[in-house]
Ligand binder design. Structure first.
Ligand SMILES: [Zn+2]
Length: 534
């Protein structure tokens, strides 16, 4: 009998990983990196319960690192099965996973420098860029709508999820005796009516559904107003001789912005101005977006037929080398610079903020979520001075936040999609969301559709039957839950004390880094959670 275990993306938006075991196969849907709090990041070092060399397939919904980022580590530790994904996802992983490996190497290097000063042993990175390149040989492209038979018992099909280029909803059919059970994994579901990609495919039947809930409790602003707003900000800033800085995720958000700017420049709403994409990953990803036309929606195809490249317009320049990037520091006005990382905590965007934040004539437009503890969040929260690469910078530029560009369906989008099922699932598992978002969506779905819902915890395991799922239990609880309250408090206080003394020493020696503030912030949050009485 098939068994489903929630190994990630349960109670959190990162680390998506679901283990499905049938009579003869073991498969994972997604193998994502856990990001954010330290408690989550330590989960990156765990294996998915079963020996990695016994996993036959990884079915990958899309290329985002919180869905794909642990594949290189699994490969490094013995996984030799196949990774099935759409062509666009495979191509995006070819640039994103080595980039992620490179980031892991840099992080390990930085941590090991600190560890050495404390007299501790160095630790290897989670995986390297070379590990990531090696794992790519396991990838095998599948087409949208193609029936793929994995063995006599299991077949799968990928359908467009409308989230980013190549993103997929995955349907899995498991045959047992004379019955067939269908499980649908929503992956990250897109926002209807966005640029470039199609709307999410409406699946109409399932026995079981796992649905994401990133925005299970929120509604998005309208995209049309956002584009108008961007145009106004650019025109005003340029007439004031300032630069417009747009921090953006290299894959997805950058291309969305390019698409919008393309429309404005081609139609003459914006004059021809220099627009720079300053991120090697974004430049590579844009090339893949340009190639994978099978993922385009009608509007993008129409642009192509007219002879317009949706990701290129007069004035656009792609910046790859560090020298070219540095040259942008001398641009005093009239340019739009799109750079990564989207939350400003790494990458070349830091240079551009350093050279523009202090200038009242410049503008910064945030178009994506800014997590707590990041430089982006501090700027957005109105901090008057921020430390960037060891230098205190005055925040005088105009700061804007446009939040209508989400690549995720909002609450009403998710509910509409669930309501489109004519054969209602027996149970919906609400995954990939913070606790409050998942709870709100679960309540709404049950109220509006009368379908039973569960919000699985990390490592919860179910037998998947044709009647109802049978809850087995939690196979491997998080160790922190096993500790008693007193021990949890002592551990959290100990961590906070060491962070405070580390930061204090750093401040006295004038050698502290942003990462240390982030770690202190995490330790404070952890303690706050522990002292919250039920
Ligand atoms: Zn995603």
């Amino acid at each position: 009998m098939a068994k489903l275990t929630f190994r990630g993306g349960a109670g959190t938006v990162t680390g998506s990983c679901y283990l499905l075991e049938t009579d003869n196969l073991r498969l994972l849907v997604d193998s994502g990196l856990f990001q954010g709090k330290k408690e989550l990041r330590t989960l990156n070092y765990r294996s998915p319960l079963v020996p990695l060399n016994t996993i036959d397939y990884i079915l990958l919904t899309h290329a985002h690192i919180d869905h794909s980022g642990l594949i290189p580590r699994f490969y490094k530790n013995g996984f030799r099965g196949k990774v099935l994904a759409t062509r666009a996802t495979v191509e995006l992983c070819e640039v994103m996973l080595p980039d992620s490996g490179h980031i892991q190497e840099l992080e390990a290097e930085w941590k090991n420098r600190k560890a050495k000063r404390r007299g501790e042993k160095p630790r290897p990175p989670l995986y390297t860029a070379a590990d990531a390149i090696s794992c790519l040989q396991c990838f095998q492209p599948v087409s949208y709508g193609e029936d793929v038979q994995l063995d006599e018992q299991v077949r799968v099909r990928f359908l467009d999820a409308g989230h980013i280029l190549g993103s997929a909803i995955i349907e899995v059919w498991v045959k047992e005796n004379d019955e067939e059970i269908k499980i649908v994994f929503s992956g990250d579901l897109g926002n209807s009516g966005t640029s470039i990609v199609r709307d999410p495919f409406q699946v109409t039947a399932a026995d079981y559904l796992l649905i994401e809930s990133t925005y299970g409790n929120r509604l998005h602003e309208s995209m049309v107003d956002q584009s108008e707003h961007i145009k106004e900000i650019i025109l005003n800033t340029i007439s004031n001789r300032g630069n417009v800085i747009i921090p953006a995720f290299a894959v997805g958000r950058t291309q969305q912005i390019l698409y919008i700017l393309n429309g404005m420049v081609e139609s003459g709403e914006l004059p021809r101005i220099p627009v720079f994409i300053d991120s090697p990953l974004a430049v590579s990803a844009t090339k893949i977006f340009r190639d994978c036309r099978e993922c385009y929606n009608q509007e993008s195809l129409w642009l192509l037929r007219k002879g317009d490249d949706p990701f290129y317009f007069p004035g656009l320049k792609c910046v790859r080398s560090a020298d070219e990037s540095r040259a942008l520091n001398h641009y005093k006005g009239g340019a739009v610079i799109i750079s990564a990382s989207g939350m400003c905590d790494a990458g070349r965007i830091k240079h551009h903020l350093k050279h523009n934040l202090w200038r009242p004539e410049s503008a910064v437009i945030f178009i994506g979520f800014q997590a707590e503890g990041t430089l982006g969040r501090r700027i957005l929260d109105g901090t008057k001075k921020v430390k960037i690469m060891g230098e205190l910078i005055n925040v005088a530029a105009k700061i804007y936040s446009l939040q209508g560009f989400s690549a995720h369906a909002d609450q009403s989008g998710l509910l509409n999609w669930v309501s489109g099922f004519t054969q209602k699932p027996r149970r919906i598992f609400i995954v990939h969301g913070e606790a409050s978002e998942s709870a709100a969506l679960a309540e709404l779905i049950t109220k509006e559709t009368a379908i039973a819902t569960s919000i699985p915890k990390f490592s919860e395991e179910y037998l998947i039957k044709s009647t109802q799922p049978e809850y087995i239990g939690i196979t491997e609880p998080l160790t922190v839950r096993a500790l008693d309250k007193r021990q949890q408090l002592l551990t959290a206080i100990g961590r906070l004390e060491s962070r405070i003394s580390g930061l204090k020493n750093g401040i006295l020696a004038e050698g502290y880094e942003d990462e240390e503030i982030r770690e202190l912030d995490e330790a404070i949050q952890e303690l706050e959670e522990r002292i919250t009485l039920p």
